[in-house]
Design a protein. Structure first.
Length: 274
């Protein structure tokens, strides 16, 4: 009897896991279809509307915001995630605003833009190689991550226009259950623009869609993601103490990472990246 019960429970668990994989596949398929519609219809229609290049970029970002809100709703309805929003209303107002966040899952940017009607993002340059992706990224005015001073200049320019800029200082998803090294780009941008970064702390339990995992490697229960917006990280004291750019950027980078280590309760795994 015990063996039979064990086999039944194992079968029920496998069935539930299989159903969760199917729902995850549906979500990814819908995302891909939405991307296609945005590229072929949405952004082409927006380009026909009158206005400056800036106006069209902001309309494009608004469209992405609405699409990501809908996708977040879908994932919640499918029972794949549950999102707890803490202080995210602070992300919706006028800029300039530099938002930084840790990056534990694949959908972090989706959740953040879902609560940010306007957000300039830095996106991996490789995504521009896809004609489908390029139409969306260009239409929304996102910034290709080419690195160096040109990237910093482009980001600072957006902030000086009074816009909101979203950055992930790790540059890629965090190592599993850890915090990756922070690169100095966010610190250079904060130093050059004078904007106090607004930190967003993202937690996910159980972990899902992590770095190095496949889309079908799903947890055994609904993942709860907490999106918590903290108070601005004051950089003025660092600017006064160390007005030298590279040294200040190094110090700011360490301070940003220390903040996340403390809030996430994790030890340092690697030193801040160059």
């Amino acid at each position: 009897m015990r063996r039979g019960q064990s086999m039944f429970l194992r079968g029920a668990t496998d069935l539930a896991r299989g159903w969760r994989i199917v729902r995850t596949g549906v979500a990814f398929a819908v995302f891909g279809l939405g991307l296609l519609l945005f590229a072929l219809v949405g952004f082409r229609c927006l380009r026909l509307l009158p206005g400056t290049a800036r106006d069209k970029e902001l309309r494009g970002q608004r469209l992405v915001h609405l699409g990501f809100r809908l996708f977040t709703w879908l994932m919640e309805r499918l029972g794949l995630i549950r999102v707890v929003w803490i202080g995210t209303e602070a992300l919706g107002g006028a800029g300039p605003r530099l938002v930084i966040a840790n990056h534990p899952t694949l959908i972090d940017v989706v959740l953040l833009i879902a609560c940010m009607p306007q957000a300039d993002c830095v996106v991996k340059h490789a995504y521009w190689r896809s004609s489908l992706m390029r139409g969306v990224l260009t239409g929304a005015g996102y910034i290709p991550n080419l690195g160096g001073d040109a990237l910093v200049d482009a980001c600072v320019d957006r902030l000086r226009q009074g816009r909101t800029l979203l950055l992930f200082p790790e540059g890629t998803r965090s190592p599993q259950r850890q915090l990756g090294p922070f690169h100095r780009g966010a610190a250079h941008i904060a130093f050059r623009s004078g904007c106090d970064p607004v930190p967003v702390i993202i937690r996910c339990d159980p972990p899902t869609l992590m770095k190095g995992t496949r889309w079908y490697e799903v947890p055994d229960r609904t993942a709860q993601l907490t999106i918590e917006v903290g108070g601005p990280l004051a950089i003025r004291e660092h600017l006064v103490a160390m007005p030298n750019g590279p040294l200040t950027a190094r110090t700011l980078t360490a301070a940003f990472r220390d903040f996340y280590e403390e809030r996430l309760g994790r030890g340092r795994t690697e030193h801040a990246g160059a």
